[in-house]
Design a protein around this ligand. Structure first.
Ligand code: IPM
Ligand code: MG
Length: 357
């Protein structure tokens, strides 16, 4: 059966990197019999430009009907002064929430070829393979009440609510333990239980769920320490499971261990394994339109899509091997370029991956 992929390029470098990922998918269709059809729709600032909404009705409908969603990135300075509910980021948060994509998998894998692109010492990062499981539809990102108000004494204050229900914690914990069973069987749960009640409940529920996974070794860590440990000795981790906002921050930290945020894909899954796939980096308005962005994170997101939603593990392997081969050849975009390698643009990098498939 032909599967439908909703392709949402978004803003900034989004369209450029998505074009290369689509090229890879087209090649899998024509040369390896992958049965998919793709349909494009606007989101973020592009959604606002097209339909005055960061998540246009038609885009949401397409995403809901599709088997999987491939997303570029959203955001740009030209949208910064819009009312909050019309900003591009709201489109991204909206689609995550509307599709129930609560489990966000953010691998940080260091390709041996890029060991010198990392700002950390080779011995600290070589062989790194960690997975951050970020809760994606709850906590302070979505909690109510929220807003900016003026107090009786005339002073303005901003407020948000960090909140998790027990079932929300339980399902993300299960998601992390299930994945850990297929990896190194270690889960580190990251919280701020020394200060926050919401974290106290988080820790209690994760500990309870762990009893169903006796083969998995569970540890707990405060988020400040976890940030430090990630740059001190990142190889101590296998799977890290954490809150929406902590995961946002820690996954950016983890990305730099691998040399560039331009290398890291992600998957956001619902309870049934339907997913949205996107690079973890943003829309990078400073380099948009220059043709120099690294498309590999998006191409590797396609590999995750093949593995997690389309049940095409062999094709996923093929993409990952092609990326590895391209790196072996010394082909690099600017963000991962080091002395002695060949600097190429977005399109040439996409072409190189297609050639290596
Ligand atoms: C991410 C991004 C988003 C987030 C922004 C763009 C809303 O930083 O996917 O990590 O905070 O979740
Ligand atoms: Mg982020």
């Amino acid at each position: 059966m032909t599967k439908k992929i909703a392709v949402l390029p978004g803003d900034g470098i989004g369209p450029e990197i998505i074009a290369e990922a689509v090229k890879v998918l087209d090649t899998l269709k024509s040369r390896f019999g992958l049965k998919i059809e793709m349909e494009l729709a606007p989101i973020g600032g592009a959604g606002y430009d097209a339909a005055k909404q960061p998540l246009p009705e038609a885009t949401l409908k397409l995403a809901k009907a599709a088997n999987a969603v491939l997303l570029g990135a959203v955001g740009g300075p030209q949208y910064d002064n819009l009312p909050r509910e019309l900003r591009p980021e709201r489109g991204l948060l909206g689609i995550r929430s509307e599709l129930g994509l609560f489990s966000n998998l953010r691998p940080a894998l260091l390709y041996p070829q890029l060991v010198h692109a990392s700002t950390l010492k080779p011995e600290v990062v070589s062989g790194l393979d960690i997975l951050i499981v970020r809760e994606l539809t709850g906590s302070i990102y979505f909690g109510k009440p929220r807003g900016i108000r003026t107090r009786d004494d005339g002073v303005r204050e901003g407020f948000n609510t960090m909140i998790y229900s027990e079932p929300e914690i339980e399902r993300i914990a299960r998601s992390a333990f299930d994945i850990a069973m297929k990896r190194g069987k270690k889960v580190c749960s990251v919280d701020k239980a020394n200060v926050l009640e919401v974290s106290e409940l988080w820790r209690e529920v994760v500990t309870r769920v762990a009893k169903d996974y006796p083969k998995v070794e569970l540890s707990h860590m405060y988020v400040d320490n976890a940030a430090m440990q990630l740059v001190r000795a990142p190889k101590q981790f296998d799977v890290m499971v954490t809150d929406n906002m902590f995961g946002d921050i820690l996954s950016d930290v983890a990305s730099m261990l691998t040399g560039s945020i331009g290398m890291l894909p992600s998957a956001s899954l619902d309870a049934k394994g339907k997913g949205m796939y996107e690079p973890i980096h943003g829309s990078a308005p400073d380099i948009a339109g220059k043709g120099i962005a690294n498309p590999l994170a998006t191409i590797l997101s396609v590999a995750m899509m093949l593995r997690y939603t389309l049940n095409e593990a062999a094709l996923a392997d093929r993409i990952e091997q092609a990326v590895s081969k391209v790196l072996d050849l010394g082909i690099r975009t600017a963000d991962i370029w080091t002395e002695g390698t060949k600097k190429v643009g977005t399109k040439e990098m996409g072409d190189a991956v297609v050639a290596a498939l």
